[in-house]
Structures are given as structure tokens and as C-alpha cells.
Design a protein around this ligand. Structure first.
Ligand SMILES: Cc1cc2nc3c(=O)[nH]c(=O)nc-3n(C[C@H](O)[C@H](O)[C@H](O)COP(=O)(O)O)c2cc1C
Length: 326
């Protein structure tokens, strides 16, 4: 069986979500933490430490992700994370956000293959901890990827996760599967597939298509249906009571962590943006939940969904929002 990874999702898969998910559903071999940007000041901020501190992650196989184009900052942070006990550090070369890309970070780094080569040269000669990479296939054109692949192939990347979209695609449109096919054939490093796997059948089909792919990473589909990975391993689908208990537990922990229900509710709405797609006839209930501004109304809207709406066998992806929203 392929390994199943939980994709990093800023604003969604923080330590509270990861711990609760692992406890309630499992089925995940590795949880990738949302990115941390190391600063030149040589310390992690209290906010960053809230998520990456080993104490928050003892019970879960979670791994940190860094986003920077500065080799010295990366080396410092990776060594620090190794000291904390992490056995792998991931580099983010996929974030498509305008503010990130304009600084040449995330997917923006893909515009500079020579710079990326120099970055890896320094990093791989100075760190001991295994480095994995999560990448898109280019900025504007898929033809950019062959040059990037030559760079990746020069280094012992522990695992290269490919999300076969361009930076300009953001999270929309069909994945560019043919680029993944070529990349998989050319890579000297182990490959992980990521993108738009939403049903058990999607996962099985990918495994059949690429029998030697060692792992897949699941993001939005797994937020929509938190038992997706467990189901892919032959376990039963979660029932509505378990789903409700899971999300209630997260809501309570958010309330405790943020000190108020309002912020907890706003965070929960990020989850519901995906999770609502696991229910039939969700339009009216979903709209009602979205427009609540009082936490008590939100709690009632959440309870009503679990009480009234039929669960789908698989989520139907309804989360394609305009690029400027992400
Ligand atoms: C709200 C949101 C936040 C994300 N945050 C991160 C992140 O911090 N690091 C990262 O590498 N990818 C991030 N991603 C990308 C996901 O990890 C994943 O590559 C993408 O959603 C495609 O996979 P999926 O179709 O299975 O969701 C984010 C995506 C979304 C929608």
C-alpha cells in the first residue's frame, strides 16, 4: 500500500486539527505542517513555535515545512528543527500567493532555476536532516518543468511531492497529469503525487496508474471527508456522530486556544468550506452556516447539518473559488 500524507494547509491543518484527526481517524503516515518562514533573526516566533514545537506534536507523525529562498536561513532553521527531533524537513516551492511569489519564494522560486540550484548546493552540503520538496510544475508554462527537473535530479531529495499545476493556475482547473507522467519517468528521487484526490476511487486509480509511486498527499478532499485516508486502507467510513464529535472537539479546542468563540467560529468556517461537500442537499444549510456571525447561531447551524442532511458516500468537490480569494 502506498503511504498517505496529509497536505499542509495554512489556516486549517494546525496542531489542533492534526492531533484531533490522528486521534479520531488516523490512516495517515505523515502530516505536513503549514509553512513557516524562517527570519534572519535566528529564532522562531512564539506564534511559529505554537505549531512546530515538538510538545504539540508528540502524539502525531508530523513534519515541518519551511518557505524561504535564502539558503542560510533555511540551513539555520533545518538544523534547529533537527535539534528539536524532526527527521525530515520540507521545502515549500508551491505556494502561489501573489505576495509570496513577488518575493521570489514558494512557487516564485521556480522562476529562477539557477538560484534554486545554488540554494540546494549550499543546503545539501550543510544539513544532515533529510530534505523533501513540495513543488508545482512551473510559473507560466509546463515547458518550464524539464529545466527544474534537471536541478532536482542533481540532489538527494528525500521525496519530491509534485502538485501538477502552474503557479498561475492557483488551485483551479484540471491538474496537468501529463507533466506528472513525464516528471515521474525522469525523477531520480522518490516521487509523491498531490492534487485533487477526493474519493477512494481517485486514490485507487492513481495507485493503479502509477504502481511505483510510493505516496500520495491529500488536502482538500481529506478536510471534506476526514475518514478518506482510513477508508482508502479498508476501514469503514466515519458516521455522522463521529464526524460531529471530531468537529466539536476542534471547535472547543480552538475556543480555548484563541480565548473566544468568534475566532474559533471563523477558523471552523475554513473547515466547513470543504466539509459541507460531504452532505447532500447542502445548499441552504451551507449558506446558513456561512452567514452566521454569532457563535450560538453557528453552533446551531452545525448541529442542524449533522442532524438533517444525508451523508454522501464521497465528497463532491465544490471548492473551486476564484484565484484572488486564496
Ligand atoms: C487553504 C490552503 C492552504 C494551503 N497551505 C499550504 C501550505 O502551508 N504549504 C503547502 O505546501 N501547501 C499549502 N496548500 C496546498 C496544499 O497542500 C495542496 O498542495 C493543494 O491543496 C492541492 O492538493 P489537494 O487537491 O489534495 O487539496 C494550501 C492549500 C489551501 C487550499
Amino acid at each position: 500500500m502506498m503511504q498517505l500524507y496529509f497536505a499542509p494547509m495554512e489556516g486549517v491543518t494546525g496542531y489542533i486539527y492534526r492531533n484531533a484527526h490522528y486521534q479520531f481517524f488516523g490512516g495517515i503516515d505523515k502530516y505536513y505542517m503549514p509553512f513557516v518562514s524562517p527570519s534572519p533573526h535566528r529564532h522562531f516566533t512564539p506564534r511559529q513555535l505554537r505549531d512546530i514545537a515538538p510538545a504539540q506534536n508528540v502524539a502525531v507523525p508530523a513534519l515541518p515545512q519551511l518557505m524561504t529562498k535564502n539558503a542560510e536561513d533555511f540551513i539555520w532553521a533545518a538544523n534547529e528543527l533537527e535539534q528539536m527531533g524532526y527527521r525530515e524537513v520540507n521545502l515549500n516551492l508551491g505556494c502561489p500567493s501573489g505576495t509570496v511569489v513577488s518575493k521570489g519564494k514558494g512557487a516564485g522560486f521556480l522562476a529562477d532555476p539557477e538560484g534554486l540550484d545554488r540554494f540546494f548546493e549550499k543546503v545539501f552540503s550543510s544539513v544532515r536532516v533529510p530534505i523533501s520538496v513540495k513543488t508545482r510544475v512551473g510559473i507560466h508554462k509546463v515547458s518550464e518543468f524539464s529545466r527544474l527537473m534537471l536541478v532536482y535530479n542533481r540532489y538527494p531529495i528525500a521525496e519530491l511531492t509534485i502538485h501538477p499545476r502552474l503557479q498561475k493556475d492557483f488551485y483551479k482547473g484540471a491538474v496537468r497529469k501529463h507533466v506528472f507522467v513525464d516528471a515521474f519517468a525522469q525523477s531520480k528521487n522518490p516521487i509523491c503525487y498531490n492534487g485533487d484526490l477526493v474519493t477512494e476511487a481517485d486514490i485507487t486509480q492513481l495507485a493503479n496508474e502509477f504502481p511505483t509511486v510510493g505516496s500520495v498527499m491529500l488536502g482538500r478532499g481529506l478536510i471534506a471527508d476526514p475518514s478518506l485516508a482510513a477508508r482508502a486502507q479498508g476501514k469503514p467510513a466515519a458516521d455522522r456522530n463521529t464526524l460531529y464529535a471530531f468537529h466539536k472537539s476542534i471547535y472547543e479546542q480552538y475556543t480555548e486556544a484563541f480565548g473566544n468563540k468568534r475566532n474559533a467560529m471563523l477558523r471552523m468556517k475554513e473547515i466547513w468550506f470543504y466539509h459541507i461537500n460531504l452532505f447532500d442537499n447542502n445548499e441552504k444549510y451551507g449558506k446558513n452556516l456561512r452567514k452566521t456571525s454569532d457563535p450560538r447561531d453557528f453552533e446551531a447551524a452545525m448541529a442542524a447539518i449533522y442532524q438533517d442532511l444525508p451523508l454522501r458516500e464521497n465528497a463532491v468537490p465544490g471548492w473551486f473559488r476564484p484565484a484572488e480569494d486564496i
